[in-house]
Design a protein around this ligand. Structure first.
Ligand code: F3S
Length: 275
């Protein structure tokens, strides 16, 4: 049986950078913490905790030390709160997310009614929303775009991990809403690259394995896309592999979400090769 890795898979630039920054700020006394899990991967969160980077859900849980802002970013209020509490802030916000946040802010400052295209509850989208002075409308479907009122000046930003095709479709509808539309296409290519590579591979193998946290939106999206091409299994670790998945197949493909550590991908790859 042939085991094939997707051309692009696993950690993206922003996640790699955030983990490096977190490690550089680890502390033996447990006072360095990320605000929320650094990435949507429980195994990585546990490993970092062993290395001296904890995780809190709220600044209320921290009396001193260093708060590490994860790649998804946070709103301006969190920086102000952390400063008020005397915490050291280490900002590991992905530069692409930062760009989306600042784009939303500048659009509001320039008098645009701002629309964020993205998943309403995603932490990154919440952070972009906060940077818009909590004024932006968040939409993720064509129907929601159609339901928006007309306005004098419309500014559009996008969740970095949103599908490029869906973004274009929604923007087409938004163009009807104003005479002046400013579009800041804040989509990051890492997502498109991973999705395209996964689809290409899924079309030429018998089965696909998609590795990543069950709570990771981008991993779940990869699994959904691959499932349109072949039988697909979404797993978090090699321990979930099942013998019957390998029955009578010639080729199996592997991809992984942007928050899946290399060591987990290698483990799955090796286990598959040994079948
Ligand atoms: Fe950044 Fe793109 Fe990754 S926005 S966190 S490099 S998916």
């Amino acid at each position: 049986m042939e085991v094939i890795l997707a051309d692009y898979l696993g950690f993206c630039y922003g996640v790699k950078r955030a983990i490096t920054i977190a490690r550089e700020n680890a502390s033996a006394d447990g006072t360095a913490c990320t605000l929320g899990p650094i990435i949507h991967n429980p195994q990585m969160v546990e490993r970092l905790s062993d290395e001296g980077v904890g995780s809190v859900n709220s600044l209320d849980e921290m009396e001193k030390g260093t708060v590490i802002i994860r790649s998804h970013g946070v709103g301006p209020q969190i920086y102000a709160d952390a400063e008020k509490r005397g915490l050291t802030v280490v900002d590991a916000t992905c530069p692409h997310v930062k760009k989306a946040q600042l784009s939303a802010k500048s659009l509001v400052d320039e008098g645009y009614s701002v629309v964020i295209i993205g998943e309403k509850e995603h932490p990154e989208v919440r952070s972009i929303f906060e940077w818009s002075n909590a004024e932006a409308k968040i939409i993720e479907t064509v129907e929601e775009a159609d339901a928006l009122p007309n306005c004098a000046k419309l500014g559009i930003v996008c969740q970095t991990t949103f599908s490029g095709a869906k973004f274009r479709e929604i923007v087409t509808h938004l163009l009807e809403k104003s005479r002046e539309v400013k579009i800041l296409r804040t989509i990051c290519t890492a997502t498109d690259q991973r999705q395209a590579a996964a689809m290409e591979l899924a079309a030429k193998v018998d089965r696909m394995l998609v590795i990543g946290g069950k709570n990771s939106a981008n991993t779940s999206r990869l699994a959904q896309l691959c499932a349109t091409k072949c039988v697909t299994y979404h797993i978090e670790t090699a321990a979930e592999l099942q013998d019957e998945w390998f029955d009578k197949i010639e080729k199996i493909g592997i991809t992984a979400g942007a928050s899946t550590p290399d060591w987990i991908i290698k483990e799955v790859y090796k286990k598959c090769q040994n079948r």
